[in-house]
Ligand binder design. Structure first.
Ligand SMILES: *[C@@H]1O[C@H](CO)[C@@H](O)[C@H](O)[C@H]1NC(C)=O
Length: 297
């Protein structure tokens, strides 16, 4: 028995160092490295894979400036959403940046349930992953799978519930009312929305909300093939919250040019010069908040 244990202890260090090179009692990695690789070998053999660049200590593509922000997934910080059940949220755009709306990701877990937005605040939600059930106060429920969405007018009682994991992107803002105009709840699905005319532009556009006066914002879904770009270098009074759903490209914001990819969030303040080119090998799709139908005064 004892001799067997001794034999095991004797063999163990050899085995682990042969397999992974960093086990208990194994030869320190620095020594093996200098033996097999020349000094400063990383200078002549640099790591060019983008995934390795993003693993650099302290590295992030996120930026936050006066008139725009790019918030990338390695910077997302999730914490429990107030009054929601079993849900973690990451607020990505808030009025603290200068926005008049919030944009956040909600990660709903098993047996989760939403809370209502504050008084007089309207809500738009879009399912990014999984499938949730939207219920109103009469107990009427709708299944919302990926790519479907709902608009809930201010003070409209509802709840979003799920028995499984669901990820939802949510926009909320204080509703700007207009005399004799009352928005209705909207439930829809992206692929059921018609493609709209985009004179002078090549991208494909869908609007998820009615373009009529009761609605003080809209959500656009924009599709680009690789190589397509915005014709107009836009500068306008509207503000934007953008979630890149698919693809990659370059977003110009002010004097800065940002490589962006699916999962990234962008905040655009009024009047920031903005432009996008879809690059890479896959189409780009992004979802875009835009305030509309109200005087800026
Ligand atoms: C719930 O939704 C149904 C169907 O859209 C609607 O007829 C009903 O009025 C809603 N209930 C409330 C309390 O808004």
């Amino acid at each position: 028995m004892h001799s067997l244990l001794a034999l095991l202890l004797l063999l163990l260090p050899w085995r682990s160092s042969a397999v992974e090179g960093d086990g208990f009692c194994s030869i320190p990695q620095s020594i093996t490295e200098t033996r097999s690789r020349p000094l400063y070998w990383k200078v002549t053999n640099p790591t060019l894979s983008p995934s390795h660049l993003q693993d650099l200590p302290g590295f992030t593509r996120s930026v936050y400036k006066r008139d725009h922000a790019v918030i990338t997934p390695e910077s997302y910080v999730f914490s429990p959403l107030p009054d929601w059940v079993n849900t973690l949220g990451a607020y990505l755009i808030t009025p603290a940046m200068g926005a008049h709306f919030v944009m956040y990701l909600a990660k709903m877990q098993v047996k989760s349930k939403s809370a209502l937005p504050p008084q007089d605040v309207e809500r738009f939600l879009f399912v990014v992953q999984g499938s949730a059930v939207l219920k109103n106060d009469s107990g009427i429920s709708h299944e919302l799978p990926v790519d479907s969405y709902a608009y809930l007018p201010a003070n409209y009682k509802h709840s979003l519930e799920s028995d499984d994991t669901v990820t939802v992107v949510i926009f909320e803002r204080r509703y700007v009312s207009l005399e004799n105009h009352y928005p209705e709840p909207v439930i829809g699905s992206t692929e059921k929305q018609p493609l709209l005319e985009t004179p002078g532009e090549v991208f494909e556009l869908r609007k998820l909300l009615p373009a009529s006066a009761p609605y003080d914002f809209n959500i656009h879904i924009m599709d680009f093939q690789p190589g397509e770009f915005l014709n107009v270098k836009e500068v306008h009074y509207n503000q934007h919250g953008l979630l890149l759903l698919e693809g990659q490209g370059i977003y110009r914001l002010g004097d800065s040019w940002y490589p962006v990819q699916a999962g990234d969030t962008i905040w655009m303040a009024p009047f920031v010069p903005q432009w996008y080119a879809a690059l890479g090998k896959t189409p780009t799709r992004y979802l875009l908040y835009k305030d509309v139908n109200r005087s800026p005064l």
